[in-house]
Design a protein around this ligand. Structure first.
Ligand SMILES: Nc1nc2c(c(=O)[nH]1)N[C@H]1C(S)=C(S)[C@@H](COP(=O)(O)O)O[C@H]1N2
Ligand SMILES: [Mo]
Length: 319
């Protein structure tokens, strides 16, 4: 089923006029510098190389929230992406030169099918869906983001993991020349994350390749990143180059860095405080700064879809 938004609504109607114009000039400047024009022609089959790189044939999802999406500007200028700096505005500033394409994704480990694929070939077999999800960062702020993505369950199914595959591990690109934040050891690089195979095949999990109907902006993890809306934002690893089917629980970057603060599961849980702050409430980005914080929901409000995954776990211990 085709949906009205976002193809019927120009970004000018979503963001303010001024930002729309600036953005248009910004993208044009990028094209002139060779970034966009140099994309391999094969990629055009999936993502048209027009000014806004609008994605074709996006269907809607029954899992979308009807809450108002956070503006395009907030979604793309208030980010965590430490490969490009540790401040919220750093990814928007320091990814302007980043050229995500060409991009290869390796699938390996305990699966019948494995291999290394051009981004275009990797996503071509799957349907593009818009998933408007609430997103909750561990730092107690939240957004509503109209992702465009492919079902992670479909991806897993295609590669036919064997019975040994208990987890799916993900890795970000490691290349300090392209990701200058990696010159500092603020985290152990490459950024790594993982899910149990049951989590990875839950219908809510997606690999996002776009937002607001357009190819994924660099600050949000172009060309492809994980989105698991019932977990804290740090599980949503960006710039993925490797997907591995593994037997043992994989290392995850924040768990390596500060295991006493960040567990493997990272399920959104208003009842379990972070050691340094409460997780009971959250600030919705874009609301005015005097607005009251809103309560955080168990599993970020996605309990109906995911609570069964954790019925035998003590969520106070398995955070
Ligand atoms: N590779 C990588 N992925 C990452 C991060 C990062 O620093 N590096 N930050 C995470 C954190 S803490 C959050 S909250 C989300 C933010 O996603 P967004 O910028 O698209 O909102 O990305 C996650 N994915
Ligand atoms: Mo986060």
């Amino acid at each position: 089923m085709l949906i009205g938004r976002p193809s019927d609504i120009r970004p000018s109607e979503i963001t303010s006029k001024d930002n729309y114009v600036n953005r248009r000039q910004f993208i044009k400047a990028g094209a002139a510098a060779g970034g966009i024009a140099l994309a391999p022609s094969a990629f055009a089959a999936v993502v048209p190389r027009n000014e806004f790189a609008k994605l074709p044939d996006i269907s809607s999802s029954k899992f979308s929230t009807d809450e108002a999406p956070t503006s395009f500007d907030d979604v793309t200028t208030y980010n965590n992406y430490w490969e490009f700096g540790t401040a919220k505005q750093d990814p928007a500033i320091h990814t302007t030169e980043f050229e995500p394409l060409p991009w290869r994704i390796t699938v390996d480990g305990h699966a019948e099918k494995t291999g290394s694929f051009e981004f275009d070939d990797f996503i071509k077999p799957f349907d593009l869906e818009e998933r408007i999800y609430r997103m909750r960062c561990v730092e107690a702020w939240s957004m509503v983001i109209p992702w465009v993505g492919i079902s992670l369950a479909d991806v897993v199914k295609r590669y036919q993991p064997t019975s040994k595959a208990k987890y799916v591990a993900f890795e970000t690109l490691q290349d300090p020349r392209r990701m200058p934040g990696q010159k500092r050891q603020v985290l152990e690089w490459p950024y790594r994350e993982g899910l149990t195979i049951e989590e990875a095949t839950n219908p809510l999990a997606i690999l996002a390749v776009g937002l607001y109907g357009e190819a994924l902006p660099n600050p949000n993890g172009a060309p492809i990143r994980l989105v698991v809306p019932w977990k804290y934002g740090f599980k949503g690893i960006k710039g993925i180059v490797r997907i591995s089917f593994v037997e043992k629980r994989p290392a995850s970057s924040w768990n390596i860095a500060q295991p006493w603060e960040y567990g493997f599961y990272a399920n959104v849980n208003p009842d379990v405080s972070h050691p340094r702050w409460s997780q009971a409430r959250e600030r919705r980005i874009g609301s005015d700064r005097f607005a009251a914080k809103q309560p955080t929901l168990m599993f970020n409000g996605y309990g109906e879809q995911v609570a069964h995954l954790y019925k035998d776990l003590d969520l106070r211990k398995n955070y």
